[in-house]
Ligand binder design. Structure first.
Ligand SMILES: NC(=O)c1ccc[n+]([C@@H]2O[C@H](COP(=O)([O-])OP(=O)(O)OC[C@H]3O[C@@H](n4cnc5c(N)ncnc54)[C@H](O)[C@@H]3O)[C@@H](O)[C@H]2O)c1
Length: 465
């Protein structure tokens, strides 16, 4: 097994930042450098005010405070960090392609390829290169081929080490990981590389939780894990629509099936739909791979998970419109939450974006309050859809910092993110401030139907008639 003194991670995002912070805190003898080409992002990671870190995660700033400047560094000097490290993690973004072959489904690997070429150009000593990004099956062989054909004759071992953390609980997930997956070649040097990486995680995790597999199993397992999780959400969301038409209550159905130990209780909360940067893109990736192997039924099966998710978001928006007497034009609708889930400032693929877009098409006036998402981000998300001009988006949608100011004279409130603070609000005072009848559309099943109706609200809770 190799002795590791220096680790480099390319990509200082939602995965690279928290993962490397935890490794640095658990392995004080190893110097960890996280590099990124985005200068603004690196500046935020180095900000003396820890509330300005680019990623919000409970517990993250405390770890960064303890390790930054000691054995954890954030920098834009990519080449230097590659040159010095024995292990290089690739943790760059792998978005869905927006052009060319595989557009709308396949993963765009240009950032990963650029990293591989950079490593090949710079490396003068043997390296272990770790795919931390989620990649389609067989990407490791592409990286290997680039490294072997363009490198300086040094030996590279490629490992797949997909990340299973969930945003919002990243630090806990990393510290108490159910398992760590390490895929690599079954050659003696491949085995040595797997053991070297394993030893890093063994600083804080029991050895039996570190699973070693071949590269392809590891790459595929990450896509499959996300597909299974998203499938549970879409399954319960499909049932939520049925519950609303009957006297069944989706919470009771969830509890009834979740207590079956074969099914389990997690990921059975009906909601306005899943979001986040991974579920949709990883399933699309699985769909694309299946289709490219001619496995039409397999591709269709997994694609349905996304179709159901789109349906749930559309259904929520359409319900708001039909309940508000079939017109929301000029009506003030307050969004509580914009992030794709609580305890993160990440908004990628958030259901709020599509719901807002549908309501803006009907000329609603939307006011957004989210405790962690910036105004700049909210407008960027809407502008990205390109449904209307940036000016129109700013005219119809405003962002506020005070939830109580937002609800003044509002026709309706839509709860899009399950932030805990929404539960603690004085809903009686909110009711006083709103126009009557005062509507609340709870896309996260956060509040009590009985209590809300007692206050006087017209209250709609996803999955309940
Ligand atoms: N976000 C999650 O919850 C999560 C969980 C598990 C796995 N993943 C996977 O991890 C990967 C990274 O996701 P993320 O959410 O951290 O993405 P992100 O967009 O937050 O961060 C990626 C970073 O990589 C940088 N980058 C891109 N190309 C670069 C290059 N050539 N050199 C240096 N830096 C470069 C970007 O500037 C960006 O800061 C993705 O493949 C994703 O699927 C994400």
């Amino acid at each position: 097994m190799k002795k590791v003194n220096k680790i480099c991670c390319i990509g200082a995002g939602y995965v690279g930042g928290p993962t490397m912070s935890v490794i640095a805190s658990q392995c004080p003898e190893i110097t960890v450098t996280v590099v990124d080409i985005n200068q603004a992002r690196i500046d935020q990671w180095n900000d003396t005010d820890l509330d300005n870190l680019p990623v919000y995660e409970p517990g993250l700033k405390e770890i960064v405070e303890k390790t930054r400047g000691k054995n954890l560094f954030f920098s834009t000097e990519v080449d230097k960090a590659i040159d010095e490290a024995e292990i290089i993690f690739i943790s760059v973004n792998t978005p869905t392609k927006t052009y060319g072959k595989g557009k709308g489904q396949a993963a765009d690997l240009k950032y990963v390829e650029l990293c591989a070429r950079n490593i090949a150009r710079v490396a003068k000593t043997d390296k272990i290169v770790v795919e931390k990004s989620t990649l389609p099956v067989r990407t490791a062989s592409a990286i290997k081929s680039i490294l072997e054909n363009t490198g300086n004759g040094v030996n590279f071992e490629i490992l797949s080490n997909p990340e299973f953390l969930a945003e919002g609980t990243a630090i806990d997930d990393l510290l108490k990981a159910d398992r760590v997956l390490i895929g690599g070649d079954d050659t003696p040097s491949g085995q040595e590389a797997k053991d070297t990486l394993s030893a890093i995680y063994e600083h804080w995790l029991p050895k039996e939780r570190i699973l070693q597999t071949n590269v392809w199993s590891s790459e595929l397992s990450k896509l499959v894990a996300n597909a299974f999780l998203a499938q549970r959400v879409s399954s319960i969301n499909a049932i939520s629509a049925l519950c609303e038409r009957t006297d069944a209550n989706v919470a009771e159905v969830s509890r009834a099936i979740g207590t079956d130990s074969r099914i389990g209780a997690k990921f059975l909360n009906a909601s306005v739909g899943f979001g986040g940067s991974c579920f949709q893109k990883d399933i699309l990736n699985l769909v694309y791979i299946s289709r490219s192997f001619g496995l039409t039924e397999v591709a269709d099966y997994w694609e349905q998970v996304i179709i159901m998710n789109d349906y749930q978001k559309r259904r929520f928006a359409e319900n708001i419109i039909s309940t508000l007497y079939n017109t929301v034009s000029g009506k003030k609708i307050v969004f509580f939450g914009w992030a794709f889930k609580k305890d993160t400032n990440d908004t990628r693929e958030s259901a709020a974006i599509n719901v807002a877009d549908a309501l803006l098409e009907e000329k609603a006036e939307i006011v957004v309050y989210d405790p962690k998402v910036s105004e700049k981000q909210i407008y960027a998300d809407l502008d990205y859809l390109d449904t209307r001009s940036p000016e129109e988006n700013r005219e119809l949608l405003t962002v506020v910092k005070d939830p109580m100011e937002a609800v003044q004279d509002a026709h309706a409130i839509a709860i899009l993110t399950e932030w805990d603070e929404f539960k603690t609000y004085s809903w009686e005072s909110i009711f006083e401030k709103m126009l009557k009848p005062a509507f609340v559309f709870d896309g996260r099943r956060l509040l009590s139907k009985e209590k809300m109706e007692e206050i006087g609200f017209q209250y709609y809770k996803i999955g309940q008639s």
